[in-house]
Write a protein that binds this ligand. Structure first.
Ligand SMILES: [Zn+2]
Ligand SMILES: [Zn+2]
Length: 313
């Protein structure tokens, strides 16, 4: 599980930072990549990486400002020519369907794969046996969502040898025990699954927010997250500017991470008014409030390691 920054600038493309797009690489977990936003030229950025567009399974759009969506039609179109045959689902605020339908139909773009568009509301927007994704509205003047991606705890491996020693033969019973069911054997003995399963693997949490002012829902989504990706368009002290444009300062982003007790914060959506030298200052500012802070750069990757092993209760 890796977070890979394809674009990290605010508003419009700049030489050092393209507009927003973030890839959540789930290659080991499910052989796929999830994208969060696709600003203009996201597909050009992808060309410089090992990411395969055909691997893109889901695209979560935070909001409909151009710097977050102008790259979508081109990316979806090119995916057809790059061996993409599997379904792609795009999640986003109301309006995302019209945007895609109109861009693709007027340009007479025919995709060779199924495209599903889900206009979301607050709540769980996706869930399977591996992950859940929860969305909440932020404070950005336009509908802007934050997403909390939570990996589910993985049950421990079945201790087959121990079961055989206990006289249980492989078969459907093994599956039940693996699924955490308590099983009563024919001879009346009760098999508690915990005694025959290895340590459980705690799931990881990554929170990726759209543009926003400081808000409670950001803290809610980032609760205990292993990584919080938060915009920091402006430096500390620019509260008025941040408020006027519905954005956050470094201090505000750090305050969210602190209150949410996140493990790590990465700042992104950095205004082009700040140069390389200033980036270091931005990190320092945030670290005054939340020490484990980093700043995103285009093509930076952050690995989210598996957590220490923990036994199921
Ligand atoms: Zn933006
Ligand atoms: Zn915006």
């Amino acid at each position: 599980m890796d977070v890979f920054f394809l674009g990290t600038g605010a508003g419009m493309p700049a030489k050092l930072r393209n507009v927003t797009s973030i890839a959540l690489k789930l290659l080991e977990e499910r052989g796929s990549v999830w994208l969060f936003d696709a600003g203009e030229a996201t597909q050009h950025q992808i060309l410089h990486t090992s990411i395969k567009p055909r691997r893109i399974e889901k695209i979560f759009v935070t909001h409909l400002h151009g710097d977050h969506i102008y790259g979508l039609p081109g990316l979806l179109s090119s995916r057809s020519f790059q061996g993409g045959e599997t379904e792609v689902t795009v999640y986003g605020p109301k309006g995302i369907r019209d945007f895609l339908q109109i861009s693709l139909s007027i340009s007479q773009t025919y995709l060779k794969y199924p495209l599903k568009v889900v206009e979301i509301e607050e709540g769980i927007v996706f869930e399977d046996e591996q992950f859940s994704v929860e969305a909440r509205l932020l404070d950005h003047g336009i509908m802007s969502y934050g997403y909390r991606v939570a990996e589910k705890d993985r049950p421990g491996t079945l201790l087959a040898d121990k079961l055989k020693e206990a006289g249980v033969q492989p078969g459907p019973i093994f599956k039940k025990i693996k699924d955490g069911e308590t099983v009563t054997l024919e001879d009346g003995r009760v098999i508690e699954p915990n005694e025959f399963l290895g340590p459980a693997q705690k799931g990881r949490v990554v929170t990726i927010l759209g543009d926003t002012r400081f808000c409670e829902n950001a803290i809610f989504l980032a609760k205990g997250a292993d990584l919080l990706v938060h915009e920091a368009t402006f430096a500390k002290g620019e509260d008025q500017l941040a408020s006027d444009y519905f954005h956050s300062t470094t201090h505000q982003a750090a305050e969210v991470a602190k209150q949410a007790e996140a493990k790590q914060l990465c700042l992104t959506h950095i205004s082009s008014r700040y140069d390389r030298h200033a980036w270091r200052e931005l990190v320092k500012e945030a670290a005054e409030i939340f020490p484990n802070t980093d700043i995103a750069e285009d093509f930076k990757e952050i690995n989210i390691p598996l957590k220490g092993e923990k036994h199921l209760p």
